[in-house]
Design a protein around this ligand. Structure first.
Ligand code: FAD
Length: 503
């Protein structure tokens, strides 16, 4: 089983240059996922000079880890949405998402993007009849969606369920990469392998700093899935979750067509098939947990494998990957200006629905920059939450503690627990000097990091399946060298040089 998303198999990666010179643009878009690339596309259409700056490769963030389903409903049950919002508001949500899907479809047609786009039904079903899906079906119908019953040849065991017609599926990574190539030119530059480490500003401009150079811009768009830096009100209002995907091949050719959302007691599994020139795969996504809060997330992946083995004739489990989602407390994403007077825009809180919400965010944000009214801007307005004032101090306090610890590691001899760490594993180790994030590489070499997340001072946890240090508070993740992989932290985990005790 390889640790990569199935979408990466036939995608072309790494074709945009790293930024190595100072540039000046009207809009700097940080992040080259579906949100960032679509925002750049729409800004370009309006003649606004834009640069997209991507720390890794285009589409390889959460966009390239998703299931590739495009649907009008959201992760949340209609009954839950209707308990918080009026039916007119829920209809607006559905309409806003439908026109975002339409834009994706138009792009695919206009640019002839070979990303296996198909209209498909979406099926909801449960195995124990413990979820009132007929009630949900009624809501869907009343909200204007075209509902159906489950077909006779439905491929999985169910007790209750229903379908919604005319939803869609595609390959999200190929779509985003090809769109990036279509829009790239001198007025819409795209850079890969270029990480923004800091943002400074004066009255007129923002200055986005990389290791090598800087970008000057009038507007900044945080298309980074969760905004970077200390945007306290947003990060405290968002819960970061991690879930997993597997792609398997089957012994027979019974790959089901459609979007399948299966409720099995407490668990929800999302199932779909994907066929390309490399073969056919059944994809199963689920086993969600709060970031940094699973004891050993290899069990989460085993649960996915058990599920597909129980319901399908599995030949082999070929690929496995993880991905993150950020849930807003009020179930709606935050899209728009960070604050009324700011020229920084955010697009976050997409939950597991962000291929569509990311496209919608691009429409809302590009309209705002071009000073065009958008009918959905008010509904998703970013600055609808209240700041939490105390958080800045928490960070400062923890960074002070860290300063004292660095360098003292192993002062009193290597703790025994380091021996108990196997190659490719990590552990938090408490010594007299404090706590450390210790891991071993495949050759058994020890790497020691501060366990304090530089974002807001929480303690990171070891991620067994993906070999990373994950912060349970706001979802920042770091590799075993301390480098940020994703999440709000601009800074890396501090590396601690080993000082062997004197003989
Ligand atoms: C397992 C899983 C399945 C999902 N399935 C679906 C689905 O079927 N349908 C659906 O609609 N949604 C789905 N989602 C949600 C969806 O994938 C995301 O909401 C969406 O892809 C977010 O897109 P984005 O462009 O905002 O973020 P991303 O795709 O994460 O892009 C952000 C980019 O910012 C870059 N970046 C971060 N920090 C910096 C920095 N400092 N400097 C420069 N660049 C930086 C990252 O490298 C990354 O490429 C799923 C999510 C998961 C985890």
């Amino acid at each position: 089983m390889e640790n990569i998303p199935v979408w990466a198999l036939n995608a072309t990666l790494g074709s945009f240059k790293q930024l190595d010179r100072k540039i000046s643009v009207e809009v700097a878009v940080i992040g080259g996922g579906i949100t960032g690339i679509t925002t750049a596309q729409l800004l370009k259409k309006r003649g606004i000079k834009t640069a997209v700056i991507e720390s890794r490769k285009i589409g390889q963030g959460t966009t390239g880890q998703s299931t590739g389903n495009l649907y009008a409903p959201t992760e949340y049950d209609f009954s839950k949405m209707l308990s918080k919002y009026s039916s007119e508001q829920v209809q607006q949500i559905i309409l806003s998402r439908l026109q975002a899907i339409e834009m994706i479809q138009k792009n695919i047609e206009q640019f002839a993007i070979p990303c296996d786009f198909h209209l498909r039904p979406m099926y909801y079903f449960n195995a124990y009849n413990d979820k009132n899906l007929q009630h949900e079906k009624r809501h869907a119908h009343e909200l204007g969606l075209q509902t159906t019953s489950l077909p006779k040849d439905f491929p999985l065991y169910f007790e209750d369920g229903y379908g919604i017609e005319n939803q869609a599926q595609f390959n999200p990574l190929i779509y985003t990469q090809r769109l990036a190539h279509e829009i790239f030119d001198a007025d819409c530059e795209i850079f890969e392998d270029t990480c923004i480490n800091e943002i400074e500003k004066d009255d007129e401009f923002y200055y986005l700093k990389t290791d090598m150079t800087r970008i000057k811009a009038k507007y900044v768009v945080h298309a980074t899935h969760t905004p970077k830096g200390l945007l306290v009100p947003y990060h405290t209002a968002l819960a970061p979750y991690r879930e997993y995907g597997i792609a398997v091949t089957l012994k027979n050719d019974l790959y089901p067509e459609g979007i399948f959302w299966a409720y099995y007691g407490e668990e929800k599994f999302s199932i779909r098939s994907y066929k390309n020139e490399l073969g056919s795969f059944l994809i199963c996504i689920g086993s969600m947990h709060k970031v940094g809060q699973a004891d050993d997330n290899r069990e989460n992946i085993s649960r996915l494998i058990d599920f597909v083995n129980k319901h399908f004739e599995v030949e082999s489990v070929n690929y496995m990957w993880g991905g993150q989602n950020y849930k807003a407390a009020d179930m709606l994403p935050y899209i728009g200006k960070k604050s009324a007077e700011s020229r920084e825009f955010i697009a976050t809180g997409f939950s597991t629905d962000g291929l569509v919400y990311g496209t919608l965010a691009a429409q809302i944000i590009s309209d705002a920059i071009a000073q065009i009214e958008n009918p959905y801007a008010e509904l998703y307005k970013a600055n609808r939450s209240q700041p939490l004032k105390a958080a800045k101090n928490i960070v400062k306090e923890n960074l002070n503690v860290l300063g004292k610890l660095a360098g003292d590691f192993f002062k009193n001899g290597e703790p025994k627990e380091v021996e108990s760490i196997s190659p490719n594993e990590g552990k938090l180790i408490q010594t007299e000097e404090g706590k450390f994030a210790v891991s071993k590489d495949d050759k058994g070499e020890v790497k020691v990091l501060s366990p304090i997340c530089p974002h807001m001072g929480c303690t990171v946890h070891w991620n067994f399946a993906e070999k990373s240090w994950d912060c349970p508070c706001h979802g920042s993740r770091f590799d075993t060298n301390g480098k940020v992989i994703e999440g709000p932290s601009f800074k890396n985990l501090e590396q601690i040089k080993l000082k062997k005790p004197k003989e």
